[in-house]
Ligand binder design. Sequence first.
Ligand code: FAD
Length: 328
Amino acid sequence: MERGYRGHSPYPCVKRGGGGSGESEGSSIPSEVRLLQPFDYIKPKSLEEASRFLAAHAAEARLFQGGTDLLIRIEGKFIRPRYVVDVKNLDGMREIVYNENGLTIGAAATMNQVADSPVVQQHYTILAESAATVGSYQLRNRATLGGNLCNASPAADTAPALLVLEAEAIIFGPRGRRTVPLAEFFIGPGKTVLEPGEILTSVHVPLPPSGSAGRYLKLGRTRIGDIAVIGVAVLGYPYRANPSGTAWRIALGAVAPTPIRAPRAEAVLAEATDEAAVEAAALAAMETARPIDDIRASAAYRRAMVRALTRRGVNEILSVLTARDREG
Ligand SMILES: Cc1cc2nc3c(=O)[nH]c(=O)nc-3n(C[C@H](O)[C@H](O)[C@H](O)COP(=O)(O)OP(=O)(O)OC[C@H]3O[C@@H](n4cnc5c(N)ncnc54)[C@H](O)[C@@H]3O)c2cc1C
């Protein structure tokens, strides 16, 4: 296990302000530059070592991958970890593997890796699309898929896409490996089922349903670079057993304490997909949402936008399925 020096963060994250100008006494650091509070940077050589360390220091250690959430929380003094444990370079943590069982993405794969992966683009378009909406290109070079999920923001962009793809979290911990459906992974804002010493190692996504098409629609305050005001993921596919001949999965982000599925909307579309049914499904999705008022939007606006984006997403998928049907 390697340890970085204790003192300042290895990242020159600085903050303006601090009530002064010029240089601090006895220091070459200008006083308007405030460094992160000190922590020890720990670089374990294996998952076992990382897990043991995390379990032994549960209250004072935090996992670190891209740091785009973690360092901001440290800098804002929301958390004060004594140890920051970097696992992103451990074996397999950045791999993207596709085979007959589906897709496995290492937790430390970056958003750009996911968005640009040919297999993700070809077979899991909705996931590539959602990863590409995260922040800016520069941010996506650091921000990881695992960090996005473990940070457990209700607005995490990849979560709705992974929910409709029925992904699973692969976790390593003191008692070995376990698999948790992503639908059970989030338990509240900033909270997951991860126990002390547990590490998300990868995300497994089963093969998508045959003939499926998916769309992730994100509404932010700006066209790019902002956290979602709401996010709607829609996946539809031919399914003869349903009266509508189709089956649907719809998930919503930023409208509840965790990303959620919208089962009532899905059920409406299993019955019919005419204009009235699409409207009823959009309304059902809106009623499933339990948004709050916050700095980004009011709850009422979020509800209205869930309805609008669900309608739009379902109509777009219907067009794709209908066109494919015509082509035979
Ligand atoms: C300017 C800016 C714009 C952003 N825009 C968006 C956006 O549009 N959409 C969006 O969804 N997010 C956005 N984010 C948030 C952030 O970039 C993403 O959530 C990102 O994917 C986090 O990944 P990371 O590797 O940086 O996580 P880190 O900061 O390294 O970690 C995040 C959390 O997960 C924990 N963690 C990390 N890895 C693991 C692991 N393997 N096992 C268990 N726990 C782990 C950490 O301890 C920490 O609590 C933005 C952030 C910034 C600063």
